[in-house]
Ligand binder design. Structure first.
Ligand code: ANZ
Length: 961
């Protein structure tokens, strides 16, 4: 098909539209305005004071702090999936700026981490070198997108000026304890004062004065919010490192390298996040977060209300934790975790009379059975032990305990489905009510006593049951003992009644149990923050004084930990830092009055999560070398206010994969800093939004290997690569799947504005969507039409006219303004773009020159979404100041109401008139209008009216008398 080119016909140059919006024009405009914005500091957000203080008029405006989860500067660079969230926050930030807010929007880099370290091990390149190169590369990629960041506030977590404060916060946490009465963290010195004065008894009963330094350090270690303790970890000598449970195979070997893994007690740093369990739960309520994320945090913290109950055994007690004390009458046996400290004590030398064969595991004595079972359990991870669908195993230890409600003697087992680390490490087993207990009871032929009346018709004969029955809406039965009966009560009442009974007798009490564990905080790695801790000759840990921060990473020859004979369990990790003896062994004067002394540095490093636990605070006051953040500046941007009782960032956008770890750790650090008076916000992020993922098609050949997606051709509905058929499936985007599309390639073909529009138009922000390069051009055409509505493609002249818009156009304009405003405010960017498109199409269709007022409003509507073209058109329209700080248009309500609808007026069922009325008209109003209409009056011809039936806005039926 050939288009007639009028220019060619007249002999003019072939390019009749030298001023069309093309990729080249876009590239030129975008580069020019990016330079301009940088030079002018257009996106600088002024602080109320300090080195970033600025325009008081802007500071006086309401503030908005809009933030992304910052990226890890990977060597692979960005693909088009990465900036989805960054573009969204940028559009939102620009919109808020145009609505009279002082907007803080910037982006830093989360730059410690394993990939750079592994690269260093392979190539010998210092991780800082490769990481900084990656950051530079990523900055170039991000700048190309026209993101309105205040670059003065950007930093990387590896900057010593930044991690100085990460270390400082660690020391704040180390130097504090949680006061359960005040329900907050307090300086450890205040605890020491309590021990000194005798106000608080020293655990162990001795006086504080009588303890030596090492003993005092041990006592304080039980209170500090950051503490070192000997935790059982997976130690793999062959790899020279400890491993996470997920990295250990079912037969106790390392996933990587297949080396033996031993459970070893190694001294590790921990954070006492469990002290904050209640507050971390309670404060979720006031946060504006997706419910799904709140639920994940609640489950992770895992608050269970229940009771501790003592079961007498041989003059002692086994204490269990149960969430269902109301089922005590159904407890027919007990289980201890294999590692439980009482196991030895109650394991008999010989099987007592009447021991069931299946209880012995085929062993000659309980002692033998226990030893064999313990060895087997030790090789499994907690995850495996908790796995639902597996046969229940265990052995009887020979002893019986007494069920306190009915005096029954019940056998005691060890079994690996009971974990030492949860509750008390011991349970009362109620097979009728708990599925794990049910399976165990069936396997070991133990009695199953029905204590809750089933509501599902299965009946109370448990021998016919296929599973346990659990319900909170059923009645308790078979539960009467000496001095207490629960029969007929509902579960909730029964729990209260039995707990009270237990408490009165001193054999149990209501308690709350949490699933949350303390946070293991040390890693045997090079590329992380060094701990600002040194040990004296007694092994007592001391803080470095603030003047010695930052403690920088030493240079090392080898970035990997030392490895050992894989079978030698009696080894312990040798961290990369420990090999630099000069760095490790130091003589320091810590300023504590003890003078210069010899110390050994801590040689573990902090985990990846540390740097992201507080970075929002650093954006506020990035160059402060005197304080973490100036209190007035923190209060200005993050402090509590109406609707945000705990303060925090106004909008935080990132992936849902960070639901618990990062978000929980950051909340914890905020609370400690809040308790200690360093910040006024007890929560880091008030509003959280999870963006969806940009997915891409993955094409695989017959062997299942991915082939380069861009070289795949579609032929008759089939997909081919180099002539061979390949399969197509939706998956992740990434280099390894050979389907990554870079933002540069799209910018080159269409420009950054088009890329921004496309990503925002793909669908609702929180939904995942497939990338389709071929569809990008649609948004490019929108921008071309927008351009054409303002600029003459032949001459480059602005074509707008100073006439008023007609009624139709005014309606289209104000409806668009109203809709786009609401959509941008609600982060519905895709529908906002649809409305801009509609208005633009209206103008194109209307033909003729566009009135200036309409063109200007349209440009302002587009500005948050496609800022470069908007800035260019805004200037072309004659403005000398940037579009960035213009007011966002406000709709005139008169034009927003929908056009009229037609109402039919019938008399005796025959149509007599048609009225144009507002769709919002009321029945009464419509009746009045209809009866006053000339045609109706004429048709009635003076006849009286018997009845009027009104169905606003479409029908009026008049029945004459
Ligand atoms: C008796 C009972 C009867 C239980 C019943 C449940 C249902 P959550 O809700 O997750 O906190 N339990 C206690 N400590 C355990 C441990 N160390 N290892 C494995 N299981 C343990 O779970 C609490 C329940 O899990 C407790 O309540 C206990 O079983 C079990 F119809 O006690 B229950």
């Amino acid at each position: 098909m050939s288009e007639t080119n009028p220019a060619a016909a007249t002999g003019a140059p072939v390019d009749a539209a030298p001023n069309r919006y093309t990729a080249a024009v876009a590239a030129e405009i975008e580069a020019r305005w990016q330079d301009f914005w940088d030079a002018e500091g257009t996106y600088a957000a002024p602080n109320p004071k300090g080195d970033l203080a600025g325009d008081p008029a802007l500071v006086a405006k309401p503030k908005k702090f809009i933030m992304d989860m910052f990226p890890y500067p990977s060597g692979a660079g960005l693909h088009v999936g990465h900036p989805l969230g960054y573009i969204a926050t940028d559009v939102f930030a620009r919109f808020q700026r145009m609505n009279g807010h002082n907007v803080l929007h910037t982006l830093g880099f989360d730059a410690f981490g394993l990939p750079a370290e592994q690269y260093a091990v392979q190539t010998g390149t210092h991780p800082r070198v490769s990481t900084e190169a990656n950051i530079e590369n990523m900055k170039v990629q991000l700048r190309r997108l026209g993101l309105g960041h205040d670059k003065r506030r950007s930093f990387a977590t590896i900057d010593p000026e930044y991690y100085k404060w990460t270390q400082w916060i660690f020391l704040q946490i180390f130097d504090s304890w949680y006061d359960d009465e005040a329900k907050k963290a307090r300086p450890i010195a205040e605890l020491v004062a309590q021990f000194e004065s005798g106000e608080r008894a020293v655990p162990g009963g001795r006086s504080w004065d009588a303890l030596n330094a090492a003993e005092r350090a041990d006592v304080l270690g039980e209170y500090r919010l950051a503490y070192a303790s000997d935790a059982p970890v997976n130690w793999c000598p062959g790899l020279g490192t400890v491993l996470a449970n997920e990295e250990v195979t079912a037969d106790g070997r390392s996933e990587r390298g297949n080396f033996p893994v031993f459970k070893a007690k190694l001294r590790q740093w921990n954070m006492r996040i469990t002290a904050y369990a209640d507050r971390l739960l309670d404060d979720l309520d006031a946060l504006d977060w997706p419910e799904a994320i709140k639920l994940q945090q609640r489950n992770w913290i895992g608050r269970s209300e229940g009771a501790r109950v003592d079961f007498p055994i041989d003059g002692e007690n086994i204490t269990v934790f149960t969430t269902r004390p109301d089922t005590l009458f159904g407890a027919t046996y007990m289980v201890l975790a294999p590692e439980h400290p009482l196991v030895e004590k109650f394991t008999l030398a010989a099987w007592p009379e009447g021991t069931h064969d299946v209880w012995t595991g085929g062993h000659a004595t309980p002692a033998e059975a226990v030893a064999a079972y313990r060895a087997q359990a030790a090789s499994k991870s907690d995850v495996e032990r908790q796995a639902e669908a597996k046969d229940k195993t265990g052995v009887f230890i020979g002893s019986y305990a007494t069920n306190p409600v009915n005096g029954e003697q019940i056998p005691v087992f060890i079994a690996d489905y009971v974990l030492m680390g949860y509750g008390t490490g011991a349970i009362m087993a109620v097979p009728a009510g708990d599925q794990r207990d049910f399976e165990f009871a069936r396997a070991f032929e133990l009695p199953i006593v029905c204590i809750v009346e089933p509501t599902d018709g299965r009946g109370t004969d448990t021998s016919t049951w296929e599973d346990a029955f659990a319900s909170y809406d059923a009645k308790i039965i078979n539960s009467t003992g000496e001095g207490v009966s629960l029969d007929g009560l509902g579960v909730v009442e029964a729990k209260a009644r039995i707990t009270e009974w237990l408490e009165q007798r001193g054999i149990g009490e209501g308690t709350v149990n949490f699933r949350l564990r303390d946070w293991l905080f040390s890693r045997q790695r090079y590329w992380g923050e060094p701990f600002p801790i040194v040990y004296d000759e007694d092994g007592v840990a001391h803080s470095l004084p603030e003047s010695m921060l930052p403690l920088e990473l030493p240079e090392v020859e080898d970035y990997s930990p030392r490895t050992f004979d894989p079978d030698d369990a009696d080894t312990s990790p040798e961290t990369p830092l420990s090999r630099n003896e000069e760095w490790v062994n130091v003589t320091l004067d810590l300023g504590d009055g003890r003078g210069p002394r010899k110390y050994r540095r801590e040689t573990n490093t902090m985990p990846n999560w540390a740097g992201s636990c507080w970075y929002e605070l650093r954006y506020l006051d990035p160059h402060n070398s005197e304080a973490l953040v100036d209190p007035e500046i923190e209060q200005y941007w993050m402090g509590p206010r109406e609707g945000q009782p705990h303060g925090g960032v106004d909008l935080y956008v990132g992936g849902a994969e960070h639901a618990v770890l990062h978000l929980l750790y950051a909340r914890f650090w905020s609370k400690v800093l809040f308790d200690l008076g360093h910040v006024s916000s007890a929560e880091p992020f008030h509003k959280l939004f999870n963006q969806g993922m940009i997915q891409a098609f993955v094409y695989r050949d017959s062997r299942g290997f991915p082939v380069p997606a861009e070289e795949v051709e579609e032929r008759d509905g089939a997909f081919c690569f180099q002539g061979e058929k390949v399969t197509k499936l939706l998956g992740k985007m990434g280099k390894s799947l050979k389907n990554a599309v870079t933002p540069e390639s799209i910018c080159e073909e269409y420009g950054a504005d088009t890329l921004r529009l496309y990503e925002m138009a793909m669908g609702p922000l929180d939904v995942s969507r497939p990338w389709d390069t071929r569809a990008v051009v649609g948004q490019f055409r929108l921008l071309q039409r927008l351009w054409r509505n303002v600029v003459d493609e032949a001459t480059g002249e602005v074509t707008v006219v100073d006439t008023e818009a007609d009624e139709d156009t005014l309606r289209a304009l104000h409806k668009a303004i109203d809709g786009v405003r609401q959509d941008l405010d609600g982060m519905r960017f895709n529908t906002a773009i649809a409305k801009v498109t509609e208005l633009n199409n209206h103008l194109t269709k209307a033909g003729g020159a566009v009135p200036r007022s309409v063109a200007e409003s349209l440009v302002l509507l587009v500005a948050p979404l496609a800022p470069h073209i908007a800035e260019e058109l805004w200037r072309k329209l004659g403005h000398t100041d940037s579009v960035v700080h213009q007011d966002f248009p406000v709709a005139d309500p008169a034009y927003v109401v929908d056009e009229t609808v037609t109402c039919v007026v019938q008399i005796k069922g025959k149509v007599k008139a048609r009225l144009e009325v507002s769709p919002a008209i009321s029945d009464e109003e419509l009746e009045k209008v209809a009866l006053a209409d000339d045609k109706v009056v004429a048709a009635l011809d003076g006849a009286g009216i018997r009845k009027v039936i009104v169905r606003a806005p479409k029908l009026v039926n008049i029945v004459p008398a």
